[in-house]
Design a protein around this ligand. Sequence first.
Ligand code: FAD
Length: 465
Amino acid sequence: MYPINDLIVSLGDVPYSTDPIIVRTKSRDYYSISPMLRNSLGGKVADIVVMPRNTEDVATTVKAAVKHKIPITVRGGGTANYGQCVPNFGGIVLEMTRVAGVLSVGNGTVRALGGTMMSDIDHEARKLGWEMRLHPSTRSTSTLAGFIAGGSGGMGSCNWGMLRDRGNIVGLSVMSVEAEPRMLELRGHEVELVHHAYGTNAIIIEAEMPVGPAWDWRECIVAFPHFMDAARFGIQLAKESGILKKLVSLQEWPIADLMADLRSHVPHGHSMANCMIAPHSMEAFECLVADHGGSIATNNPEGQGPYPLPIYEYAYGHALRHVQKANSKYTALQGMFPTSNLLPSIEAVHKKFEGQMPLRMEIFYNQGEVVAMGSHFIVYESEQQMASLVEFMQAEGVNVANNHASSVRGVGIKTIDARDAIFKRTMDPFGLLNPGKLDFTDEDEQQATHVLPTSGWAFKQVKPA
Ligand SMILES: Cc1cc2nc3c(=O)[nH]c(=O)nc-3n(C[C@H](O)[C@H](O)[C@H](O)COP(=O)(O)OP(=O)(O)OC[C@H]3O[C@@H](n4cnc5c(N)ncnc54)[C@H](O)[C@@H]3O)c2cc1C
C-alpha cells in the first residue's frame, strides 16, 4: 500500500527493520489487558520499524515519511495499555528508545532525551541526591516521552498531583512532521497540548521534568479487616502533609489472595493499603495506622520486600495484570471518585458489590484536591455489563474514563478544544502522526473506540480572566 522501498532509499543509513516478527512485536502495546481492545486491535500491524539513533535520524525519517506520505506511530517502551502505540493504518513504527540519555540534572529539574527509560533517569538523578517526582508503575520498562504522551501519573502523585497538574512537566522540545521538520520548545500551558496526546501532534525529542529530594523509601503493606477502614486511612494519609509518601494504593480482599506473590503476606480476609513512606515519616505513619485499626504486615526498603517485585508493581495498571494471572477475564474501569464527596462515593460503590467484586484504587492529588482513582475488578462478560457498571459509577458521581478505547477523545482523560486542533494542523499538516487517534473527524476515531457511556475526566487548566 505504501511505497516502503522508496522510503528505505530516503532513510539513507537510519537503522530499520522489515522483519515480520520484529514489525509485529513493535506494532503492539499492552492493549490485550482489555478484553474489548483484544478483539478490535489484533492484526493491526506496521510495514516497517525505524530505529533512529539520534535527533538527526528522527528528522531524516520525518522528511522521508512526509515525502512518501507514510504514517508514523511513535513508540517508546510500548507499555501503553489502550493501544495508543498500535498503528491503525500501518506505515512506520518510530521506535525511539535509542534517542536516549540524561542531558542535565540541577536546579530542581532533569532534562533528558525522550527515549530515556524512566528508571535510567532516576539512576542518574540519584547520584546527585534527586529523583523524579512522578513515575508510572512501569518505571523499569517505559520511556520519559511515552510517560508524557501516554501516561497520567503514578508514584509521587499522592504528594505532587497528576502529570497534567501545573508544574509537573516543565518543558518539552518537540519536532513537527513537515517536509522541513521544525523544533519547538513548549513551556507553561503549551506542554498540555502534547501531554496525553498519544503522539498525534508532535514527536517529543527532549523533556524537562521536576525532581525532588531522593529518599530511601520504605514500602509497607498495611492490613485492615474492613475495606472502608483502609479507605478512611488512605484518604487521611494523603491529607497528612507532614507524612512524606509516594504511594497509597487500596486493594479490597480478596485481591491479596488473587495476587499469588502477596497471598502469604496478608492475613486472610484483610484488605490492603500498600504504601511507600519516607524513612523519617515512619513513626508518624505507624501512629496513623494504629489510629485506623490497621496492622503493618510488611515493612521493607524499596524493592526488598518478601515478594518478588517493588510494591509499586502491584499498584496502578500492574494490579490488574497480577489478578489476571488468577483469572484472565478480570478487567477494570478508570473511575475518578469525586473530591467533594470522596468517602461517601467510595462507600456507595463499595457497598453495592460488597462480597462480589473487590475494589482497587489509588489515592492521590488532582488539582490540589485528594481524589481516588480505580474501580472494581470485574470478571468480563460483555460490553453491556461494562456499560451498566459505568452508568452505576457515574450515578454515584464518579467520572469514568474509557480505558477500553484507543483514541484521545474516546478515552476521555484529555480535554480537546480549538487549541489542540490548531496545534495538530500546524505540527502535522499531512495528518501522518498516529492517524485514527486524534483526527478531528469522528469517523477515523471510531477505529478502536468501544463506546461506553463514560463522561471522561474532563480537565483543562483554567486561566483566570
Ligand atoms: C502494567 C501497566 C502499568 C501501568 N502503570 C501506569 C502508571 O502507573 N501510570 C501511568 O501513567 N501509566 C501507566 N501505564 C501506562 C504506560 O505504561 C505508561 O504511561 C508509560 O509511561 C508509557 O511509556 P512508554 O515508553 O511505554 O510509552 P509507549 O507505550 O511506547 O507510548 C505511549 C504513547 O506515547 C506516544 N509516544 C511515545 N514516545 C513518544 C515520543 N517520543 N513523542 C511523542 N509521542 C510518543 C506513543 O505513540 C503512544 O501513544 C501502565 C501500563 C501497564 C501495561
